[in-house]
Design a protein around this ligand. Structure first.
Ligand code: UDP
Ligand code: MG
Length: 168
């Protein structure tokens, strides 16, 4: 079986419900390795790009507000997992998209809910397949934020302004 990567997001409802530790523990049952992680305040651009396949859906605007943290807290934990068959293994533990249909022992089955506006607040995102994983990882992480250079890179010259601690 091939080594794959998978993007996992602990969505703002998962963060505010303090489920981060629980979710990471549950995912550790897969034996997969974490090769990147960071806390992000999601911008509209990132949210809309991430969910571009759902642009035509009537719940799209609500979904964008949800992932940006407007209903919970403006923070998402993004993780990249790596290992054999990672997308399938992780999606099995996260459960179906609709939390009411998800296996009650899965993360979404346990902690998800459907809002009155019809959005599935399902606590986590997990890449559906390797192709989606590549697209999503490139969207959420820069090459130097990961333990390995997963995909081809190129050097570009840029004028750099970097933030330092005052007095550093
Ligand atoms: N979603 C929703 N209603 C739907 C389908 C999707 O609110 O009928 C939301 C839900 O939060 C879901 C996200 O949109 O996780 C992305 O949808 P997708 O079909 O990609 O499901 P996933 O891959 O997250 O299981
Ligand atoms: Mg999806």
């Amino acid at each position: 079986m091939a080594i794959e990567q998978s993007l996992v997001l602990i969505k703002p409802d998962g963060v505010i419900k303090q489920l981060t530790g629980d979710i990471i523990s549950k995912l550790s049952e897969t034996g997969l390795k974490i090769i990147g992680s960071k806390v992000i305040q999601v911008t509209s651009e990132l949210a809309e790009e991430h969910y571009q396949h759902l642009r035509e859906e009537k719940f799209f605007d609500e979904l964008i507000s949800y992932i940006k943290g407007e209903y919970h807290t403006k923070s998402v934990l993004a993780l990249v997992y790596q290992g054999e068959d990672s997308c399938r293994k992780i999606r099995k533990i996260t459960g179906e998209t609709n939390p009411e249909r998800a296996d009650p022992t899965s993360i979404r089955g346990k902690y998800g809910r459907i809002t009155s506006a019809g959005v599935f607040e399902n606590v986590v995102h997990a890449s559906e397949n390797t192709k989606e994983a590549e697209r999503e990882i490139k969207l959420w992480f820069r090459p130097d934020e990961l333990l390995y250079t997963l995909f081809p890179t190129e050097l570009k010259e840029v004028k750099l302004e970097k933030l330092f601690w005052k007095g550093e």
